[in-house]
Design a protein around this ligand. Structure first.
Ligand code: ADP
Length: 622
């Protein structure tokens, strides 16, 4: 029985079909696989022309003989098995170049009418381009996977809106506190602790919205090492879309910023604590940057002044300060900032609500340094010292009045005592005359103490006046030494060099000399001498008193020139005094345009020295 094709279709039509088919076809006949027919597609695929027709296959394409085709054709031709080859690689020589191509093949036996195999039919489709692009895709997938694995960021990919974990690099697994066994699970099953947190919902939403979600320093609670812990991440959820624009997966990239956030939180908490502390202080506390620009004022300042917080704080300070003072403050402050040295100054701020009433404040600032020793910022305070100042004024006033009032009866007392002494001497009652003389000496002591108190109040009120005259310095020195020698058991040795005429307040300079010499004898009870020396260098006159007494500790030496300061060691208490002499002396010397200082060693003795200009109008130093 003949087939439909044989009965109805002309051989020409079949040949046309064969030659025009968009697949490569050929018919190989006999043991040698002679190319009986090969359509144009097959010839093109081989890179040959029609001259190969009639040649044995392996002669026409010798390069394929060693590529396993002998066995394949044997199987088809001898055993009659159909061979289906899928994406099979074949090296073909076309125009002298041997190159790899890929084909889908069907080799089928061809039978004659007696059902005997007489040849092999070949149908082939070239799939080289497809294989190469598949390979490239695979390679890029590998590269992508590799990139993700080696990334410095935690990366995961979630597939479908059920959020299957398609991929998670080692860092992401570490972040989650999980191992690779979670890959392939749903995110909510892999990390059940995410329930109640917003992330699963956000991810699922992206499948609907197609919009990227990013977060900065977001808190995520994860079970790591068996316990629920809080972490902070900068992360993004990016939708991956197919060519139709549909979201098929989400790319999650995260950076763990927990250390950064906790460190910053700690700093913030610390800052808040200090700010609370500063805000609750009764003083005005402020900070400035390293260049002296005020960066913060505590709440108390704003409560006191009623200023707005957004106003420039420096302008506020200027506004409340007594007119004409701010300019000086600015100069001193700029100097402190330049040198990195502490700032201290007293000034008056207006009393809010009381026009024209000012209160005294003590302004102080100290630099804070960074680890390199450079000024990082300044921390400053304004302390209300007005009450203290008033008390001080009251005290000064009282001292002024008291010493003045005491002086008058003392002067009379001295006259009476001297009168009694003279009378007793006249009556030859020498014993009682001696007592009266001692009384006179004690009155002198008392008078000098009261004079000191008076001088202090004069200094405080700026009322101490220097009466500058020209006098013989050498003569004055001799006079004072002689006077002191009369009441001292110490030998006062004078090493004098000629100084000559000096322009200064003779009385006040003599007061300083007496004070230094009497201190030297007072504070050297176990010594028997005191050395005085004078010198003239250029325009500078120096006067120094050296003793061999108790000395002054190093850290107290600068303080002895302060008002009421006495070195408070138990042994000093045995020496009488008010702690005023050196203060008065230093004020006198300062006002005379000179300087006073001490060199001393404990238990060895002290060397007090003052220097004054021989003539104030000559600008010349030693
Ligand atoms: P005072 O009336 O206490 O002597 P001063 O102002 O003269 O007051 O001196 C202040 C302090 O300096 C004294 O109390 C004493 O501790 C110390 N001082 C002054 N001179 C000497 C000295 N020559 N040697 C040791 N200490 C001294």
């Amino acid at each position: 029985m003949k087939s439909f094709l044989e009965k109805n279709v002309s051989p020409d039509s079949l040949i046309t079909l064969f030659s025009q088919a968009p697949v490569a076809m050929c018919l190989l006949v006999g043991d040698d696989l002679i190319i009986h027919n090969a359509n144009p597609m097959m010839l093109e695929l081989w890179g040959k022309d029609a001259s190969v027709v009639g040649q044995p296959l392996f002669e026409a394409l010798p390069e394929i003989k060693s590529q396993g085709f002998v066995e394949i054709f044997d199987n088809v031709y001898i055993k009659g098995e159909i061979f289906n080859g899928n994406k099979l690689p074949v090296f073909l020589e076309k125009s002298g170049n041997l190159k790899e191509y890929f084909f889908d093949f069907i080799y089928a036996p061809v039978f004659n009418e007696d059902h005997k195999i007489i040849g092999v039919s070949v149908v082939a489709t070239e799939v080289t381009d497809q294989v190469i692009s598949e390979r490239k895709l695979k390679e890029s997938e590998y590269r992508f996977e590799d990139l993700i694995k080696k990334s410095d960021y935690s990366i995961a990919i979630y597939r479908t809106d059920d959020l299957y974990i398609e991929l998670a690099n080692d860092l992401m697994l570490k972040t989650w506190g999980k191992d690779a066994s979670v890959i392939g699970l749903k995110l909510e099953d892999a990390l059940p602790e995410l329930e109640g947190q917003p992330f699963i919902g956000i991810l699922k939403d992206i499948f609907k919205t197609g919009k990227t979600y990013t977060a900065t320093e977001d808190r995520v609670d994860l079970v790591v090492d068996g316990k629920l812990q809080s972490y902070y991440f900068n992360f993004s959820y990016k939708p991956l879309k197919n060519s139709a624009g549909e979201v098929y997966a989400i790319h999650n990239m995260a950076v763990d910023v927990t250390d950064l956030v906790t460190a910053r939180k700690e700093i913030q908490e610390r800052e808040e604590k200090f700010r609370d502390l500063a805000d609750s202080m009764p003083q005005f506390v402020w900070t400035s940057d390293k260049d002296g620009k005020i960066t913060y004022m505590n709440d108390n300042w704003y409560r006191y002044t009623g200023f707005e917080k957004d106003e420039d704080p420096a302008a506020g300070v200027k506004r409340v300060m007594k007119p004409g003072v701010y300019e000086n403050v600015e100069i001193l402050w700029a100097e402190s900032v330049k040198e990195g040295k502490p700032f201290e100054m007293e000034y008056q701020f207006i009393d809010p609500g009381k026009p024209e009433v000012y209160r005294w404040f003590l302004g102080r600032a100290v630099p804070a340094f960074d680890e390199n020793g450079s000024v990082k910022q300044w921390i400053g305070t304004f302390t209300d010292i007005d009450d203290f100042k008033q008390l001080q004024t009251q005290k000064d006033n009282f001292l002024g009045i008291a010493s003045h009032e005491l002086k008058t009866p003392l002067t009379s007392l001295k006259i009476y005592t001297q009168f009694i002494e003279k009378n007793l001497v006249k009556k030859n009652d020498l014993k009682n005359a001696e007592v009266a003389a001692k009384m006179d000496g004690q009155i002198d002591l008392l008078t000098s103490l009261i004079s000191d108190l008076l001088d202090v109040t004069k200094i405080q009120n700026g009322k101490i006046q220097l009466n500058e005259t020209e006098f013989d310095f050498d003569l004055l020195t001799e006079e004072i030494v002689a006077e002191q020698q009369m009441t001292s058991r110490h030998r006062i040795i004078l090493n004098q060099s000629t100084v000559g005429m000096v322009n200064a307040d003779r009385h006040r300079i003599s007061q300083v000399m007496s004070n230094l010499i009497s201190n030297a004898t007072k504070y050297s009870p176990n010594a028997d001498k005191v050395e005085i020396s004078t010198e003239l260098k250029g325009n500078v006159v120096s006067f120094s008193v050296r003793d061999f007494g108790i000395g002054i500790p190093q850290d107290k030496q600068a303080k002895v020139f302060e008002q009421y300061y006495r070195v408070s060691d138990s042994k000093e208490h045995t020496f009488p005094g008010l702690g005023l002499g050196l203060y008065i002396s230093s004020e006198i010397i300062k006002r005379s345009g000179g300087r006073i200082y001490v060199l001393s060693a404990e238990e060895k003795g002290s060397d007090f020295c003052f220097e004054i200009p021989k003539n104030k109008n000559v600008q010349q130093n030693a």
